[in-house]
Design a protein around this ligand. Structure first.
Ligand code: NAD
Length: 491
């Protein structure tokens, strides 16, 4: 039996004991996860530094802070999330208990990626634990230092049988994908997304696919270009552009292109100094393969800012490309690196057309003072999320479902959405064995009269709150009438 198969079998067996279900157990595991992140902050930061040359503060800001927030929220809200959720009844079920009961799905496979190796791997785990599941955790082999630390240290804080970490590359992931799971949560590119979905289909396993794509960013000429460009520079070049929700390219009118280039140049200098290569908050491309891939994307485009690189260090400077053509190489795939192409369009209509001609992105960004224009972009495009006048920050809001649509993915998570995504929302209806007379209308023989009753009882939605209010008012009115008759009339 392979190592992967063994881990899956053990986790499944452990789930079947029922151990992961009690809320106290889930809370205790979530506290363990929180302790892991706080006590092992240093180990995590060192691993991420070795993987991506990120600074310690950068790692805390972009990897672990969000995780801490998600765990704290789950600890606070778990009993509310896990509680039965009453639903509206019709006249036929008015005296029944009707509710949704969230239940664990079973065994979840979490496949992580390398760009934020901790956040994208452990955030789904928060949802899996909160929902009462077992989970096999497969970190990306590409961020190998983070994977090693996860494999060595995480089991010291969590139940080892229920939440094993399985490391390895493509063949190990494929071996895992041959096993049966109750849900697969995959983060990565859409080509492998298809492989995951195909494997899941063999067992009819539901999937969440957190994929990528080219997120466009439209800058309206009426907006404050300096502020817009500072925010875009931040969103694009953080983690060297290796962020799934980074703005991939800019769309703007030709009349502001020069200003956009200059403002981004200024912001790059403000954030990363004249020499980003030696500045600790500017990272590196993950490996030589990706370095070569990103460098090749520059071919045929005009460099307006940056453009220099050092293969020995996997360094590529923050780079802006101007007057980029639709057919150019840089527009052929998700960049996932520090290149920011600018494509000129005649206005918002052409920008919308440009966006709609392509796959649905993870995010559409729009910068404008004009709320009508923002609303137009919301109404006429589709994407996982829409963000106006800022970059990336929607990721930090647990109330917003995070995920893609179409080619950028399916399913979503964060906060309660993670809990719901990894739960089975079970419908429960509990009737009494009384009032059998009411049921006669559904038993044969079927007649027009019975159908009339069925129509009334099934189609009428009952607003119980309003009904209660009406009954209360009727009761109060009756009491008032009684008081008036009995006492006041006597006088
Ligand atoms: P990657 O190479 O680390 O692959 C991800 C996982 O898939 C790894 O665990 C790897 O073992 C496995 N894998 C790779 N090839 C496989 C194969 N042929 N069969 C089975 N398993 C395989 O990561 P990547 O794909 O380079 O990640 C980058 C992509 O992820 C980008 O497109 C980015 O936009 C996307 N991403 C999306 C999100 C999101 O939340 N939507 C977050 C981060 C990254």
């Amino acid at each position: 039996m392979s190592r992967e198969e063994l881990a899956v079998q053990r986790a499944r067996k452990s789930f079947q004991t029922g151990k992961s279900k009690p809320l106290e157990f889930r809370l205790q595991q979530l506290q363990g996860l929180l302790r892991f992140i706080t006590e092992r902050r240093r180990d995590i930061a060192q691993a991420v530094h070795r993987d991506l040359s990120k600074s310690e503060h950068g790692t805390e800001l972009f990897e672990t802070l969000g995780l801490e927030g998600e765990i704290t929220l789950a600890l606070e809200k778990l009993s509310e999330w896990a509680a039965p959720r009453p639903v509206e009844r019709n006249l036929l079920t008015i005296s029944d208990q009707v509710y949704i009961q969230p239940q664990p799905l079973g065994l979840v496979l979490i496949i992580g990626t390398w760009n934020y190796p901790w956040a994208v791997t452990l955030q789904p785990l928060v949802g899996a634990i909160a929902a009462g599941n077992a989970a096999v955790i497969k970190p990306s082999e590409v961020s190998c230092h983070s994977a090693k630390v996860m494999e060595e240290l995480l089991p010291l804080y969590l139940d080892k049988e229920l939440y094993p970490v399985v490391t390895g590359g493509v063949s190990e992931t494929q071996e895992l994908l041959r096993q049966r799971f109750d849900h697969i949560f995959y983060t990565g590119n859409s080509t492998v997304g298809r492989v995951v979905m195909e494997a899941a289909a063999r067992h009819l396993t539901p999937v969440t696919l957190e994929l990528g794509g080219k997120s466009p960013c439209y800058i309206d000429k009426s907006c404050n270009v300096a502020v817009a460009c500072r925010r875009i520079t931040w969103g694009k070049f953080v983690n060297c552009g290796q962020t799934c929700i980074a703005p991939d390219y800019i769309l703007c009118e030709p009349c502001i292109q020069g200003r956009v280039v200059e403002e981004i140049r200024k912001s790059i200098k403000e954030f990363y100094t004249d020499n980003p290569k030696t500045f600790e908050d500017y990272g590196r491309i993950i490996n030589q393969r990706h370095f070569k891939r990103v460098m090749a994307l520059m071919e045929g485009s005009t460099v307006a800012v940056g453009g220099d690189s050092d293969e020995s260090q996997c360094y590529i400077a923050p780079t802006v490309l101007q007057d980029v053509m639709e057919e150019s190489k840089v527009m052929s795939e998700e960049i996932f690196g520090p290149l920011l192409p600018i494509i000129t369009v005649s206005g918002v209509d052409e920008a919308i057309h440009f966006i709609n001609e392509r796959e649905k992105p993870l995010v559409v960004y729009v910068f404008s003072h004009d709320n009508k224009l923002i609303q137009k972009v919301i109404a006429e495009t589709s994407s996982g999320a829409l963000l106006a006048n800022d970059c990336l920050v929607h990721f930090t809001l647990s109330a917003l479902p995070f995920g893609g649509v179409g080619n950028s993915g399916m399913g979503c998570y964060h906060g309660r959405h993670s809990f719901d995504q990894l739960s089975h929302l079970r419908s429960c209806l509990i009737k009494q064995l009384k009032m059998e007379g009411v049921n006669s209308m559904r038993y044969p023989p079927h007649t027009a009269k019975k159908l009339g009753w069925a129509r009334l009882l099934l189609l009428k939605q009952v607003n119980l709150r309003r009904l209660r209010r009406t009954l209360l008012l009727a009761l109060l009115a009756g009491m008032a009438a009684f008081v008036v008759q009995r006492f006041l009339r006597r006088r």
